[in-house]
Design a protein around this ligand. Structure first.
Ligand code: MN
Length: 312
């Protein structure tokens, strides 16, 4: 999953302004893109918002019905200085990477690939998968961990609980006394909430975190404002709880984290803390450097990076 746009410096985190004594919620729409033959909605980054904590990229794929012979197929491509975080809702995707990891991800599981200094991977839906629904996010690594050794982790068991008519799954971080096993390098949280019937609930928040809520299915009301599928409400910092109303059959993804002060650049599949770091990564990929390894089982071409936006 990648970005083919002008590189940008993520905007710094902002508190949502207070209007008439109430904090406003920034409404962020998504745009359509194609990933490996599958239409997806890209929610982050946008012009209005680049980061939520260290979360720097958010694709919502599906729910898509795959017709006979149709598949998602993403060939070998590199990453640096980020973690790819995949949350599977339906269907099955086969991950392989240059460390030799070979893992099918199934609904209710998280795949977390820490790119660090450099890794390459492939992703393809299994032949028997006829519907696909997932969120894939990137987490920017802090500057002192940007070059950490690459690794891959798969989490089949995550903390789950139910209250007030809703099912919670903690994907990363801590919430309501639960701790996720998921490896993180900065203070973060990711929480999936699903409601079979209409329900109203309050979710405790950390005032030092900024948060966003994305609707994955159904509909959501935050502070009497309605949000629909593929809309994200950015909440800023300074809240200690969030009241939400979920319509029957809704599912939302709450992400949050401590605002990031480092400069973070994103170009194609690379995150970097300087232009030089990104230029070097691209040159290494183009030169088929050992930095990114290879995936010998893959039948097909590597993905090519678009031309760098800077003259080097
Ligand atoms: Mn990728």
């Amino acid at each position: 999953m990648s970005l083919h746009e002008t590189p940008h410096r993520p905007s710094s985190s902002l508190d949502c302004p207070v209007v008439d004594g109430r904090r406003c919620i920034q409404r962020i729409g998504s745009r359509e893109a194609d990933v490996g033959g599958l239409p997806i909605h890209r929610v982050l980054p946008t012009r209005e918002r680049r980061l939520i904590g260290a979360w720097c990229f958010l694709d919502h794929a599906g729910p898509s019905i795959l017709r006979e012979g149709q598949a998602m197929r993403v060939g070998p491509h590199p990453h640096t200085s980020l973690q790819t975080f995949t949350w599977m809702l339906s269907g099955e995707v086969h991950h392989r990477d240059s460390l030799g990891s070979d893992q099918v991800i199934r609904p209710g599981e998280v795949n977390l690939m820490t790119a660090g200094h450099g890794i390459s991977h492939t992703e393809e839906s299994l032949a028997e998968t006829d519907s696909l629904h997932a969120a894939q996010l990137w987490i920017a690594l802090p500057q002192d961990k940007a070059d950490t050794a690459p690794r891959f982790d798969h989490y089949a068991e995550l903390p789950r609980w139910r209250r007030d008519g809703a099912d919670f799954t903690l994907l990363i971080g801590e919430a309501e006394g639960h701790h996720a096993p998921t490896l993180s390098f900065s203070p973060l949280v990711g929480l999936d909430v699903q409601a079979s019937d209409t329900t109203k609930l309050a979710v405790p928040l950390r005032p030092d975190f900024e948060y966003g809520v994305l609707v994955l299915e159904g509909g959501l009301e935050l502070d009497d404002e309605a949000f629909t599928v593929d809309e994200l409400g950015y909440l800023g910092r300074g809240r200690d709880s969030l009241e939400m109303s979920l319509s029957a059959g809704s599912r939302i993804l709450l992400i949050g984290g401590e605002p990031v002060q480092d400069e973070i650049l994103i170009w194609w599949n690379f995150v970097g803390h300087s232009r030089e770091a990104i230029i070097q990564a691209q040159h290494d990929w183009e030169a088929a450097s050992e930095r990114f390894g290879d995936i010998p089982q893959w039948q097909g071409a590597r993905l090519e990076a678009p031309p760098l936006p800077w003259s080097s």
